[in-house]
Design a protein around this ligand. Structure first.
Ligand SMILES: Cc1cc2nc3c(=O)[nH]c(=O)nc-3n(C[C@H](O)[C@H](O)[C@H](O)COP(=O)(O)OP(=O)(O)OC[C@H]3O[C@@H](n4cnc5c(N)ncnc54)[C@H](O)[C@@H]3O)c2cc1C
Length: 381
């Protein structure tokens, strides 16, 4: 274990002693921001992990952040603003100008400012190339932003959004051309957002956003105009690993809860955990969780060494989301009717596990990607 990983473990142990699942679940039920957990993110310095010291960070790597998410989600402490903030920092560290890095990165280490991330649109869904939001360069160098996004996690709470927009129309010869990435101040005139009502207990609010002739300063653009795809993938690859940590962590939490229940629940006089119909799916799920976790940390190591990880992180996406779904399904079966009892706090994980096979990207398109890249099968999307 590296020095930074030992520090992460120590911090997570301290957090787990001070915040419990009951608090986080209560915030989820009331749709309230888990302030206590957020304060600990900030106070313990965990938020500054993965950010170089020259930008106010504590150093360390993506693997350290993934480890923190894994450890805390094993206790079902769903950290607020984890994914969007970390996945947005990543391309800024690698592709932004020095001035942009100095302006935008340090406040994300202290929690004064943080990022949301905007790519999904109501009509284009998974097909990013079809996005309609445009940012057209004006004669004075600024960009005029028009359009809107959906499912924008914590948009209004965030200071900035790392936003994907078209700077030129879709070119059927090269659909990757014309995609650009911007750092958008969420308070700019012309921006509005409405909260979405979703049936999940999440630590953040989701928003539908609207951009009406928003003037973006010239230096909002990250990297080269029209060539934002590699920038985008730098974000999306780290997103896959961050969400994988949440998947394996929560999978372990529900398995732990299910095993505890199966040891004492005995409608026929013997604990239900002695039935193979309960024990085997749990054992199978646990095996998948550990396989997913191994591959997740291996992919983190490759990522942190600067190696290409496109295929690895997509395989991790499949393994971790399926492991979480298997774990949540057997937990629901184990709890029987009590699975839907709100006070048992099991159902939210079942919903989350299903959702995580669809978001941040659906498993069907991920499998198509793996089929193409690993097996040479025809591209179908
Ligand atoms: C809680 C939550 C938070 C989110 N936060 C953010 C955020 O902060 N920022 C952001 O930009 N987005 C966010 N999203 C959006 C998320 O990334 C999308 O929901 C996801 O990418 C799927 O897109 P869609 O919902 O439009 O599904 P669609 O694209 O409409 O797909 C619907 C279904 O069709 C199938 N399908 C689609 N395309 C294919 C294909 N090519 N091959 C095979 N099957 C296919 C899949 O089964 C898929 O589940 C969030 C979503 C949720 C639920």
């Amino acid at each position: 274990m590296s020095e930074s990983q030992a520090a992460v473990r120590e911090i997570c142990d301290a957090i787990i002693k001070r915040v419990d699942r009951a608090y986080v679940a209560e915030c989820g039920r009331k749709n309230e921001f888990p302030q206590k957990l957020w304060d600990m993110w900030v106070d313990t310095g965990l938020l500054s992990m993965g950010l170089p010291e020259e930008f106010g960070g504590a150093g360390g790597s993506l693997k350290d952040i993934v480890l923190a998410l894994d450890l805390l989600h094993r206790e079902a402490l769903l950290l607020p603003i984890a994914v969007t903030n970390f996945m947005s920092r990543e391309p800024i560290m690698h592709y932004a100008t020095q001035a942009q890095k100095e302006r935008y990165l340090p406040p994300t280490a202290t929690g004064e400012e943080f990022f949301s991330f905007g790519i999904t649109e109501p009509d284009s869904g998974t097909n990013t190339f079809k996005i309609k939001t445009t940012a057209i360069r004006q004669p004075d160098g600024t960009f005029l932003l028009n359009g809107g996004k959906t499912y924008q996690t914590a948009f209004l709470e965030s200071s900035h959004c790392l936003l994907v927009a078209r700077t030129s129309p879709l070119d059927s010869e090269d659909r990757t051309h014309g995609i650009s990435v911007f750092i958008v101040d969420t308070t700019l005139p012309g921006i509005s957002a409405t909260p979405m009502s979703i049936g999940m207990y999440l630590p953040e609010q989701q928003y539908q956003t609207y951009f009406d002739n928003v003037v973006l300063p010239a230096d909002s653009l990250v990297g080269e105009e029209g060539k934002g795809l590699s920038i985008l993938f730098s974000s999306l690859n780290s997103e896959r690993l961050l969400v994988a940590a949440m998947n394996v962590g929560q999978a372990d939490y529900v398995l732990k809860r299910a095993a505890e229940y199966a040891k004492v629940r005995a409608p026929f006089g013997v604990p239900i955990g002695s039935y193979q119909s309960i024990a085997h799916p749990m054992a199978r799920a646990k095996t998948y969780v550990e396989a997913a976790r191994l591959m997740m940390y291996q992919a983190c190591d490759k990522h942190d060494r600067g190696e290409s990880v496109g295929l690895d992180v997509n395989m991790v996406k499949i393994l971790s989301s399926e492991a979480f779904k298997m774990a949540a399904e057997i937990a629901m079966t184990t709890f029987g009717g009590a699975g839907v009892d709100v006070s048992q706090d099991i159902l939210p994980f079942y919903i989350a596990a299903q959702n995580n096979t669809v978001a941040p990207v659906n498993n069907q398109i991920v499998l198509s990607f793996i089929a193409e890249k690993a097996l040479g099968l025809p591209k179908c999307y």
